[in-house]
Design a protein around this ligand. Sequence first.
Ligand code: DC
Length: 215
Amino acid sequence: MKKIIAVDGPAGAGKSTVSKICATKLGYTYIDTGAMYRAVGLKVLSSGKSVDEDLIIEMTRDIKIELDEAARVFLDGREVTKEIRTPEVSRAASDVAKVGFVRQKLTELQRQMAVRGSVIMDGRDIGTQVLPNADLKIFLTASVSERARRRFEELKQKGVAANLATIEKEITARDKQDSEREIAPLAQAEDAVLLDSTTMTIDEVVAEILRLAKD
Ligand code: DC
């Protein structure tokens, strides 16, 4: 069984949904690295100060980010699990993720979290930078219209008003920024297995990852 699994891909591809299910089935720890960038983004936004690189570095220097077994997220000791899921924080997370100091700090934390093995970690640079020696690397993607549709349905179910065209625009902008940044951009590792989930169900994606994890 593969002990360290890396799942990368663009926004809304279903990484966290399938990674969480796989982790439960395998008895592994699930680590959502996007939530960590979101926590930094929230901290910067909440400061109320005008955002520049110096502020982002200052806010990250002594930051405390914790993830528990229930995938709850704590920022400097306070639970922020729900707060980090707004569109503003999505944008802020993508912005702070461009800063080298932030990436260095979070990469270090993520490697420490994976040290004991039996982990499935999702993000943008896990297979390429954070855990280049992962036993299994998945690059999970789907067409942008399908990813926007899924996000739209998710929000609708939560009773949140949303506009499909706006969601698609936001996802496209975030993908562009995440893929084109200089440091550790979103990219498929050479040895990653590409899974296009556009026409796959969640169960099908999970089954495929579990099959690959067994080899
Ligand atoms: O996976 P997510 O949508 O919650 O991630 C939020 C942002 O964080 C994403 O737009 C880019 C950044 N991110 C990153 O740069 N590297 C990671 N390993 C995970 C997320």
